[in-house]
Design a protein around this ligand. Structure first.
Ligand code: PRT
Ligand code: MG
Length: 216
């Protein structure tokens, strides 16, 4: 029996992945939120979960340290996707990649072609491509979290960040001014593992696909 390692991040992706795993007959032995363990067993002796940072999931899968994993399209776009198959959009952890500014900031005037804008983001590649398409010059400031703070303290004019309910923007007197992309999480599979462990991996992909398609 092939052993399988699945890379997941804590939080929303883990929570929304549980029903998918259940449909494939996989039950984690522990909740990573209540455990400090980074390797979590399942009801199958040959299947284990590794708990990593959301942004690290593609890296673990790319190098084969995990056979497959689940990562947001935001993270995958920034990673570049090399060495990964992306067979399934799981439609979970959905949100929107947006440009946001302080309320009252004249974004229309500041984002004319030829203008120069300071943009803080965790997603420099996505932001660079977006503004290049518009012909706007940007000074990108890379942050690792709490992007919403940047325009409030004069670090940047705008942010590129994920928005789901919009509550964080609202609580910080920011407003979304541009939609860049719809984001959801994808199944990512190591290319070599899919070939070598096809018999073990494909039924899990099929079970996930049945859940996703049942929700349509
Ligand atoms: O938290 P950590 O730094 O470890 O990593 P992470 O923030 O990348 O992980 P996590 O678990 O927060 O997010 C994992 C994935 O969930 C992301 O890669 C996205 O694909 C997806 N996702 C879906 C989101 C959101 N919705 C989301 N709203 N990721 C982050 N947010 C943040 C957003 O950055 C903003 O700060 O939530 C805030 C806005 O939420 P609202 O509801 O107030 O609009
Ligand atoms: Mg987070």
């Amino acid at each position: 029996m092939n052993s399988l390692t699945i890379a997941l991040s804590k939080g929303r992706i883990f929570d929304e992945t549980l029903p998918l795993l259940a449909a494939a007959g996989i039950e984690p032995a522990e909740n990573p939120e209540q455990s400090r363990k980074l390797i979590i067993g399942t009801n199958h002796a040959n299947i284990r979960l590794v708990i990593v940072r959301a942004t690290d999931v593609p890296t673990y899968v790319q190098y084969g340290a995990a056979d497959f994993g689940i990562a947001g399209k935001d993270v995958l776009t920034e990673h570049g996707g090399s060495g990964l198959y992306q067979p399934l959009d799981l439609q979970i952890a959905r949100c929107r990649m947006m440009v946001a500014v302080r309320k009252g900031f004249d974004y229309a005037a500041a984002s004319q072609p030829g203008c120069r804008l300071r943009v803080a983001t965790k997603y420099p590649d996505i932001a660079a491509e977006h503004f290049a398409d518009k012909g706007v010059h940007v000074d990108l400031i890379k942050l690792y979290g709490s992007m919403e703070l940047a325009p409030l303290v004069g670090l940047s004019d705008a942010i590129v960040d994920l928005v789901s309910t919009g509550n964080t923007l609202k609580a910080n007197d920011l407003e979304a001014v541009e939609h860049i992309a719809d984001i959801s999480s994808r199944l990512v599979v190591n290319k070599a593992a899919l070939k070598l462990k096809y018999a073990a991996i494909q039924p899990i992909i099929d079970a996930f696909a049945r859940v996703v398609n049942a929700d349509k």
